[in-house]
Design a binder for this molecule. Structure first.
Ligand SMILES: C[S@@+](CC[C@H](N)C(=O)[O-])C[C@H]1O[C@@H](n2cnc3c(N)ncnc32)[C@H](O)[C@@H]1O
Length: 612
């Protein structure tokens, strides 16, 4: 097929969107391939999301949208393997394969016509040729010129696939894909946290055992859909096989069980505030970790649950209410605006900080992550330093440094746990190293107090630099030794979870403790300290007004675009509310007031409460 004809075909297919399911299967399939090519090209050009360009694409006939989505996702999942194979097989000429942009890559005179002109089309077709169980889609177009071109490359493509398998030491194609792309979503076990305010682990085990599940050792792999075990790292955790559906289970409905990924239970477990403590959960909504804290504290003490998003905070109120938590005071505000020297916050002993992050560790975000990878790889190959992904991560990291530094400015806080559901060092080890450099009053708590039996620890060595404007009067005491780094001992204090290897979501936890004694403050609710002027959040009237108020006052703009959690049922680690790159970068400019004097702070913290 001549390039002009195919382009026209693809173009017109896109415009007319005939909804004819009975059309010639070969032409339908061929159009699907062109649509997939167009979607991948648009993803590369940052002009849309996978879902928007496939299932939400009005220009594609409705019956083809789901198959298109599946084809694009599959190709993305295997993109690294596919890239290697098609370029090595010569399907796309190597001298032009540095760019994935079909406009840049011209047809090769000796290459396979239009296939050679579009790496993305070549990847889509090669996916179907090598990774689809039956010859499937390609068989449907066997009489077309496109299929014939693919056929002539079949031996070379198969040879390159085999070579890659051997190079990777994989035993099968599936393993090769896992090794290359690390996609193991289906492997993640269903993890259940027992809400100790409602029941006990023994009682839940007994209830499950009688009817549904066989109890295995805590370390055993669950090979059957009817097996379960206690968790080997957490006192209140139970493991069930992947995909176990408990949404309609009475124990879940009564709030006795919380569906929470194992890794996202680590922060509260590591912080372990004793009953009677005062705790801030600084980015609390939708509240999984808040209710975990209340469960561990036996509903004795105080938890100030802060979140800037009123809708998400309303979810927190609903979910923690259902879980029987009675010690939670919700506040709808930007944590950076909370005056550390105001009451009741000045007396806080512990802070849990689980801020917005890229969410790259979350299984259901992994497709976005694959797009990021796909685009990032293409940009790298094209030698394009303008990596949006990098800018977005840098903005998030700057925001995270500010939030953690602010947490460290609370005068009586003894210990802080920082967590992300990101796999990127810049949001994890780099934030830790930077905050240690900025805040010499804190160090990492030893491994012995940070889930010592968990094997995967932080990554030692130098960390990426984070561009962040330091609060007034704050100096980087280690800035002489740039680039910052973490020693082996420091990295050993940190916790990492790998989706591919730990059967959890990708996750990170850092546990900080104060080096010196906490600041002396007047005891109790002494009136020499100013009240914070924040009123606890209540749901109901004025919600819209309150939302507007938050957007207008959260100067950094960091939280304004966060998507509210629809339900909170499946939000394991909090799926990472993502500020856009622009919003996140705006956060860098914002001044943190954490190191101000109490007087300065109290004056500046007078801010209209965003409650009804
Ligand atoms: C990863 S989620 C937290 C998930 C929660 N810890 C849980 O386990 O259910 C991040 C939260 O931080 C909130 N957030 C982002 N920036 C904030 C800020 N400056 N102040 C307070 N909350 C903020 C977002 O609204 C979002 O709900």
């Amino acid at each position: 097929m001549a390039a002009k004809t195919s382009k026209q075909a693809a173009h017109s297919a896109g415009k007319r969107a005939p909804a004819d399911r009975n059309a010639n299967p070969a032409s339908c399939r061929q159009k699907l391939y062109y649509h997939a090519r167009d979607v991948l090209d648009k993803l590369l050009a940052h002009s849309g999301s996978i879902k928007g360009l496939t299932v939400g694409n009005q220009q594609v006939p409705s019956f083809q949208r789901r198959p298109l989505y599946a084809l694009v996702c599959e190709t993305l999942k295997y993109h690294r393997a596919l890239y290697t194979i098609v370029t090595r097989a010569g399907l796309v000429p190597t001298d032009t394969s540095d760019s994935l942009d079909p406009k840049v890559v011209g047809p090769s005179p000796s290459g396979p016509g239009e296939l050679g002109a579009s790496l993305t089309l070549a990847m889509v077709l090669t996916h179907d040729l090598l990774f689809k169980s039956s010859a499937g889609g390609l068989r449907a177009i066997s009489r077309t010129k496109l299929a014939k071109q693919m056929d002539s490359y079949r031996p070379a493509l198969k040879r390159e696939l085999q070579r890659l398998i051997e190079e990777r030491g994989a035993k099968s194609k599936a393993e090769l894909i896992e090794v290359v792309d690390g996609t193991t979503t289906d492997e993640i076990e269903r993890y259940v946290r027992v809400n100790l305010l409602r029941t006990s682990v023994d009682k839940v085990i007994k209830a499950f055992q009688t009817k549904e599940f066989e109890l295995k050792d805590s370390g055993a792999r669950l090979n059957d859909t009817r097996q379960m075990s206690r968790d080997s790292h957490l006192q209140d955790g139970i493991r069930l096989p992947p995909k176990t559906d408990l949404q309609a289970h009475p124990l879940y409905e009564s709030g006795a069980l919380i569906l929470q990924d194992k890794a996202s239970c680590f922060p509260a477990t590591v912080l372990a505030p004793e009953p009677g403590s005062r705790v801030i959960d600084a980015c609390a909504a939708p509240g999984n970790k808040t209710s975990h804290l209340a469960s561990l504290m036996g509903n004795v003490g105080q938890i100030f649950a802060i979140d800037a998003d009123p809708k998400r905070l309303a979810t927190l109120v609903r979910l923690t209410g259902r879980a029987g938590c009675r010690i939670i005071e919700p506040y709808c505000t930007n944590f950076l605006h909370v005056d550390p020297y105001s009451l009741p916050f000045a007396h806080v002993d512990y802070i849990l900080l689980d801020p917005s992050c890229s969410g790259s560790g979350m299984a259901h975000n992994r497709l976005d992550h694959l797009v990021d990878q796909f685009v990032g790889d293409a940009d790298e190959r094209a030698g394009n330093p303008q990596l949006d992904q990098a800018a977005r991560l840098a903005g998030l990291a700057a925001f995270q440094v500010q939030m953690l530094t602010h947490a460290m400015s609370f005068p009586r806080v003894k210990r802080i746990v920082y967590s992300t559901c990101s796999i990127h060092a810049i949001e994890n080890e780099a934030v830790v190293a930077r905050c240690l450099a900025i805040n010499p009053g804190f160090r990492l708590a030893p491994r012995a107090r940070s889930l010592p039996t968990w094997p995967r620890r932080g990554i030692p060595g130098s960390v990426p630099h984070i561009e962040v404007e330091l609060p007034e009067g704050v100096e980087e005491h280690e800035s002489g030794s740039l680039p910052l780094s973490l020693t082996d001992d420091q990295a050993d204090c940190l916790i990492r979870c790998s989706a591919a290897e730990d059967r959890t979501h990708g996750f990170f936890v850092a546990h900080f403790e104060r080096v010196a004694d906490v600041e002396e403050l007047p005891a109790g609710e002494d009136k020499t300290l100013p009240p914070s002027q924040l009123t606890p959040f209540t749901e109901g009237a004025g919600n819209r007004k309150r939302r507007a108020s938050v957007k207008a006052t959260s100067g950094a703009g960091i939280v304004a675009a966060d998507q509210p959690e629809a339900d909170g049922k499946e939000v394991a680690g909090g799926k990472g509310n993502k500020p856009t790159a622009k919003q996140a970068t705006a956060g860098i400019k914002r001044k943190n007031r954490g190191k101000d004097t109490p007087q300065q702070n109290s004056k500046r913290s007078v801010r209209k409460p965003v409650t009804s």
